[in-house]
Design a protein around this ligand. Sequence first.
Ligand code: 13P
Length: 249
Amino acid sequence: MRRKWVIGNWKMNGSTRDVLDWALRAGQLAASEACTVGVAPAAIHVTMALGAADKSLLVGAQDCAAVTNGARTGEISAEMLVEAGCHFVLVGHSERRQYWHETDALVARKFKRAQEAGVTPVLCIGETRDERERGVTEDVLRRQVAAVIELCGIEAFAAAAIAYEPVWAIGTGLTATPEQAQAVHAFIRGELFKDAAMLAGSLRILYGGSVKGNNAAELFAQADIDGGLIGGASLVPDEFATICRAAAR
Ligand code: 13P
């Protein structure tokens, strides 16, 4: 069985004091619950979170550069993340795709850099509301995953995870129903990874998009949902704890 992962994506939130508090609480959950707990603070808070939390908490970054160290003002390389102690890095979050116009090809390069440097990429994929309404969800996901397979090979996913986050469900309170999410997760595992059956069986596919304490258990009960990538609810320690407990069942 795939042990579930619950990752809090704190996005651009939190003061120093918040981060210490949230990391401490998340660390307690990581140490006590039968699921893997991770958090992705803003890059400037990564070291602080690592210092404050139990060592069983995974701490990751929200993004990395697509190139190695050098003249890229404002960027943070995958090597720097590794040196800081990051366990994973999100690549291709829909907010990066939307506001920074990150393309599938750029996201694939970030995925590759992360693996070369030695930090686990969590590839975020998902369709917009318009794409779902036009019935092209599967095409979009296929394209987003194919870009990484083309550059890195399908076997690269043996050391990575996927987060399916329908864009229309992020921060909107509109969660995909457990059935909708399960159908997409089954498509990703069964169809996009059909050429690598062993790998497909162990691949972690997290769901993200308005996961809360009151809907997590139903989502996590689905056969192909291996945990969650949590935005807003990860900023409320009691809510995040409820979600982690749902994953540990
Ligand atoms: P919400 O949980 O706030 O919808 O955000 C999901 C998300 O984007 C996690 O990466």
